[in-house]
Design a protein around this ligand. Structure first.
Ligand code: CND
Ligand code: ZN
Ligand code: ZN
Length: 376
């Protein structure tokens, strides 16, 4: 079946975003064959993350036209010359962060921000060209990934081979939301048993942070969201109580101080607003607290903060994709899912066919979904 098929361009459907603040448009596109050290993947299932929506609203800039999506499961359709870590037919999760195993980030046990690719993803592969075209125009990729398409092409460094038995419509969440949140608690904050945690934002990322805090043995986990419809699910994954900032005149940092007797050790921001990033920092203990920035703020926004917040001893950290060393750790997280160490029953609220992608974004923007998974 694979013979020389890999040399051919594939014509398929994809959701193309022609510019910011425009509707996604399902188009016929061409996907070029993988070049050396590249992999072409048939997407099976893709989740929708708020970061994709940030591009649609214009909060996050990228090159246009673009194919969004960065949380998926797929099957390797073909490989380019020199690829050794995956073969056609393998079940995989395409990654947004590579793991080259050679750079100064990869060889250090802490952190995961592999230097094999630029921080600023300009939407092309390593030879500075893309693999998608639509109506004769090149279409850029997003987050080194692009999964709202039936086929995508990526570098071998950005593909994790996973258990062939893993359900694609579930483990796609390990491609972003779950891994991001769970890892922020476990790898970045290193939440300790018996600790008190506070999580700002109870979407797919925030709920996954709560799951990581619980798995680390936190004794009190406080969820914060302006949408009280999020509270029930937050509690069912481990929040011990929830707070709506709209019910309080004072900042949440002060509310938390009062209700916990100043004992919050770990705080997380999973919204992406400069104000809540600062309030989450102010919310952790002034002497030994740690605050982790997980939410993605609009690119143009700078943050002003009072240095006293740090002088007293707080630690302020951030992480991309939960700090996981991607090619090594993502298959392990899939194995943990298969071993029932956690489940996504509370995270996946909707499953829709790919052509209902507009409905999926509507559900996100109405605050009704946590994660919608699109099936191809
Ligand atoms: P989602 O939009 O589902 O959740 C955000 C939640 O925050 C919602 O429940 C909102 O109601 C709530 N909220 C909004 N404003 C406020 C406020 N002022 N106070 C309290 N709650 C509020 O988003 P998501 O969970 O998919 O993603 C969360 C953030 O994480 C978002 O900024 C996304 O871009 C980012 C992210 C980061 C990374 C990473 O690697 N660091 C990966 N993926 C997503
Ligand atoms: Zn994401
Ligand atoms: Zn590296």
């Amino acid at each position: 079946m694979h013979g020389k098929v890999w040399t051919k361009v594939i014509k398929c459907k994809a959701a193309v975003l022609w510019g910011p603040k425009q509707p996604l448009s399902i188009e016929d596109i061409e996907v070029a064959p993988p070049k050396a050290f590249e992999v072409r993947i048939k997407i099976l299932a893709a989740g929708i993350c708020r970061t994709d929506d940030h591009v649609i609203t214009g909060a996050l800039s990228t090159n246009f036209p673009v194919i969004l999506g960065h949380e998926a499961t797929g099957i390797v359709e073909s490989i380019g010359e020199g690829v050794t870590t995956v073969k056609p037919g393998d079940k995989v999760i395409p990654l947004s962060i590579p793991q080259c195993r050679k750079c100064s980030s990869c060889i250090n046990p802490n952190g995961n921000f592999c230097l094999a690719m630029n921080v600023a993803d300009d939407g092309v592969l390593s030879d500075s060209t893309g693999r998608f075209t639509c109506k004769g125009k090149p279409v850029y990729r997003f987050a080194r990934n692009s999964t709202f398409t039936e086929y995508t092409v990526t570098s071998e460094l950005l593909v994790a081979k996973i258990d062939a038995a893993a359900p694609p419509e579930k483990v796609c969440l390990i491609g972003c939301g779950f891994a991001t949140g769970y890892g922020a608690a476990i790898n970045t904050a290193k939440v300790t048993p018996g600790s008190v945690c506070a999580v700002f934002g109870l979407g797919g990322v925030g709920l996954s942070i709560i799951m990581g805090c619980k798995a680390s043995g936190a004794s009190r986990i406080i969820g914060i969201d302006t949408n009280p419809c999020k509270f029930e699910r937050a509690k069912s994954v481990g929040a011990t109580e929830c707070i709506n900032p709209k019910d309080h005149a004072k900042p949440i940092s002060e509310v938390l101080k009062e209700i916990t007797g100043d004992s919050v050790e770990f705080t997380f921001e999973a919204i992406g607003h400069p104000e809540t990033i600062i309030d989450a920092l102010a919310s952790c203990h002034e002497s030994h607290g740690t605050s982790v920035v997980v939410g993605v703020p609009p690119l143009s926004k700078m943050i002003a903060y009072d240095p006293m917040l740090l002088f007293t001893g707080r630690t302020w950290k951030g992480c991309c994709f939960g700090g996981w060393k991607t090619k090594d750790d993502i298959p392990k997280l899939v194995s943990d899912f298969m071993a029932k160490k956690f489940d996504f029953d509370q995270l996946i609220t909707h499953v829709l066919p790919f052509n209902k992608i507009h409905e999926a974004f509507d559900l996100l923007n109405k605050g009704e979904s946590i994660r919608t998974v699109l099936i191809f």
